[in-house]
Design a protein around this ligand. Structure first.
Ligand code: FNR
Length: 361
């Protein structure tokens, strides 16, 4: 069967025999009843595009500028841990795919490869480094310093993990990663290999539940790199992030993996957009699976989106080519949706480009 959609990649990845026990559930699942995983997707179904006609769409331009850097698509690779579980070349493969499509890759604090190795493997890649405000702030500072030295262009600080989530699939599966799966990026900053065989035990040990905006401010002042705060779900928190010195925010509920019943990110987006000045970068992730959905997020105020699980599906199906194919599908779908709806560039995609759906489906 031809793989034509991100859903095709998801079902193909899910049927692979090679997954170690519990790992597919780890990638797919969310917190509690997984209502937020589902809600992130359903929120897109509540909107329809409003096609305009007799607009010259002989050339469609999907490029955009975020934080002063040019992206070929308004889409980035979200930070996701331990790509080694999906493909042998791990984040080196992901970074090659991101380079091929002209989009940035956000490297997880828990990547299987170091930021230095990833930058070496894909010297043209636009890399952003994701960090946590770990209990040991020296580890956070070291990740920032190493990322800066390796040529990363921004820091993403994820603030929606105060403690391990209640991920019922992982608890039932008694999830344990195989021993070869290592968080080498973190190890290079801690000086010893952290035990990530149980993600939940590692989160409990490493994450700091006492983090406040003062800590975010400390991070924004730590280096010259712009800092984006990931995990913003309420307008007031976007304003807090901006005041703490953040260069932008990422509207995210961690793909529904932390707080069950958190509202879908697409529903939170308009409130967050209006809480910050126009021109202030607002990105969104959670459930984006088609090019038309990228347009809907942009119409509701996002400057760009990130995709998480679909990239992992692509990596698992066909390594770097698979991850590139997934982004290639989004590019083809976005180009088509823009042409079919009379938007030759992204500038004209605003609230007038969409309409609430009377018949969510
Ligand atoms: C994640 N996510 C995540 N976020 C982060 O800031 N650091 C991380 O290390 C990880 N790790 C991670 C692993 C896996 C397996 C998943 C699925 C997700 C969250 C990620 O960045 C993003 O917010 C969501 O994945 C977006 O939702 P979608 O696109 O997966 O629906």
């Amino acid at each position: 069967m031809a793989l034509l959609t991100l859903a095709d990649y998801e079902s193909t990845a899910g049927s692979l025999a090679a997954w170690p026990p519990g790992v597919w559930d780890f990638l797919t699942g969310g917190a509690g009843t997984e209502s937020t995983v589902t809600a992130n997707r359903e929120a897109f179904a509540r909107w329809r595009l409003m096609p305009r006609v007799c607009v010259d769409v002989s050339v469609v331009e999907t490029s955009t500028t975020v934080l002063g850097s040019d992206w070929d698509l308004p889409v980035a690779f979200a930070p996701t841990a331990l790509h080694e579980v999906c493909t042998r070349d791990a984040e080196a493969a992901t970074a090659s795919a991101a380079t091929a499509l002209g989009v940035p890759m956000v490297v997880s604090a828990l990547s299987s490869r170091t930021i230095e190795d990833i930058a070496d493997a894909a010297p043209e890649a636009t890399l952003w480094q994701q960090v946590y405000l770990f209990r040991d702030r020296k580890v956070t500072a070291s990740l920032v310093q190493r990322a800066s030295a390796a040529g990363a262009q921004a820091i993403v600080v994820t603030v929606d993990v105060p403690r391990p989530a209640r991920r019922l699939r992982d608890i039932r599966n008694e999830l344990r990663f195989p021993p070869h799966v290592q968080a080498r990026n973190l190890a290079a900053s801690t000086g010893r290999a952290p035990d990530v065989s149980s993600p939940s035990a590692h989160t409990a040990e490493a994450m700091d539940p006492s983090v406040t905006w003062e800590d975010v401010q400390w991070l924004t002042e730590l280096s010259a790199l712009p800092v984006l705060v990931k995990g913003i779900q309420v307008g007031q928190d976007a304003e807090h992030a901006r005041r703490a010195g953040a260069a932008g925010v990422i509207v995210s509920n961690h793909g529904g993996r932390q707080l069950d019943r958190a509202r879908p990110t697409l529903d939170a987006l308009p409130e967050i957009r209006t809480a910050v000045p126009s021109g202030y970068p607002v990105l969104l992730d959670g459930g984006v699976r088609t090019g038309a959905e990228v347009m809907i997020a942009l119409a509701l105020g996002a400057d760009a989106v990130l995709v998480g699980r679909p990239v992992l599906h692509g990596l698992a199906v066909a390594g770097k080519h698979g991850a590139a194919m997934v982004l290639g599908i989004l590019r083809a779908e976005l180009t088509d949706a823009m042409a079919q709806s009379g938007h030759p560039t992204l500038d004209s995609v605003d609230r007038s480009a969409i309409h609430p759906a009377p018949d969510p489906a």
